[in-house]
Design a protein around this ligand. Structure first.
Ligand SMILES: [Zn+2]
Length: 378
């Protein structure tokens, strides 16, 4: 199935807000609408290739719509609205082996106050389905969501509730439509949205969960072949808990020289900083604490935090202590390190690293994060 009759490619420059991207198209800067509420931070790296279509709405503010992004030479769909359309076609064409004989009766089906993506039918029997568009991938693992999603949690609970009220009906479906082939497994991204992962675990008995990998070619044609990925439930059961390590990112605008507790006065050039910490009693609480500027300093990072902007907090939940391994991996990527900073209790040379460029714009930084978050477990 061809998703779009004609697309053009442009170079991604920036994303001023969630629904707007700026790209370079034939030497000109253009604005494009982005129909994806996710963070997409690891995909939208400046310089990457975007697929645009002319806006289908002549009154639209932006003349273009960004529909896909290139990852390893293949387009990954960004337009989440198209995911339902894709799922419908694959089911109706009989390309999802687990759903043979089912067909899509209706989209956007309302039950009470809830609305579900698809209503399926087979021999007079009906079945509800929700479709989630998955665009978060590490080297081996597809993950969802890429930003905390109360809405996705609500959908899971509503589907499970419906299943409990209708115990004789076929189990409602949740289809994770993974926009990339060749991955080994699917995991809810508990580092980013712990509530979603824990809810998925809780509703598992009531739903049929299908992580289905699909792919588009550069002509925006959806391949009829799908791959069903396994879910390593034992990892979610053991690891999806609010404990582990984290990276805390801050930004310093002007060079500073400040006292850092027992380390004395230290200099910090302008730039981006990544601090590695661990909080086996609660990563969420710790990151919230770092976000606030505190009068009383406890850790080395508290002294520096007073002079810096909060930039980003990235949890890496795990039952193992991996803080020092993380510090050693970051050491290889960073431009600067700060002897003894945050590493009084271990043998690492530093737990603080400086970058001249925003690490969130570095593919190698994301690769490191995803390795420690997920792929090291496989
Ligand atoms: Zn260490």
């Amino acid at each position: 199935m061809k998703l779009y009759p004609k697309t053009v490619t442009a170079v991604f420059l920036k994303r001023p807000n969630r629904f707007l991207v700026v790209a370079k198209l034939q030497g000109q800067e253009v604005e494009a609408y982005l129909a994806n509420p996710g963070r997409l931070l690891e995909l939208l790296i400046p310089g990457c290739t975007l697929y645009l279509i002319p806006s289908p709405n002549p009154k639209a503010k932006q003349p273009w719509q960004a529909v896909a992004i290139e990852v390893e030479g293949e387009p990954v769909l960004l337009n989440t609205h198209q995911a339902n359309h894709m799922a419908q076609w694959l089911i109706n064409e009989g390309q999802v082996r687990e759903l043979e004989g089912w067909r899509v009766l209706k989209r956007e089906h309302k039950v009470g106050h809830s609305r579900f993506d698809l209503l399926l039918e087979k021999a007079g029997v009906q079945r509800l389905a929700e479709v989630k568009c998955v665009t978060l991938f590490s080297e081996k693992t597809a993950q969802f969501p890429d930003a905390p999603s109360k809405r996705a949690v609500k959908h899971l609970k509503e589907l499970a509730q419906w299943a409990q009220q209708n115990p004789d009906a076929p189990k409602p479906l949740i289809i994770f439509l993974i926009q990339k082939k060749g991955l080994k497994q699917f995991l809810p991204d508990y580092h980013t949205d712990l509530e979603f992962a824990q809810t998925l675990l809780a509703v598992r008995p009531f739903l049929e969960i299908l992580p289905l990998a699909v792919s588009l070619n550069i002509r925006m044609e959806l391949s009829a072949k799908t791959e069903l990925l396994p879910i390593p439930w034992e990892i979610i059961e053991s690891e999806a808990k609010d404990k582990g390590s984290y990276l805390y990112l801050i930004k310093i605008d002007q060079p500073i020289e400040i006292p850092i507790g027992g380390l004395g006065v230290r200099g910090f050039p302008a730039g981006y900083y990544v601090y590695v910490g661990s909080a086996m009693n609660g990563v969420a609480k710790r990151l919230a604490r770092h976000r606030l500027v505190r009068k009383k300093a406890h850790w080395h990072i508290d002294y520096l935090r007073r002079h810096a902007h909060h930039h980003h907090g990235l949890p890496i939940l795990s039952t193992d202590q991996i803080e020092c391994q993380l510090a050693q991996a970051l050491d290889k990527l960073a431009d600067l390190r700060f002897p003894s900073f945050g590493s009084s209790d271990c043998t690492c040379s530093s737990h603080l690293f400086g970058f001249f460029k925003d690490p969130l714009d570095l593919t190698a930084f994301w690769r490191l994060l995803f390795y420690f978050r997920t792929d090291r477990l496989f």
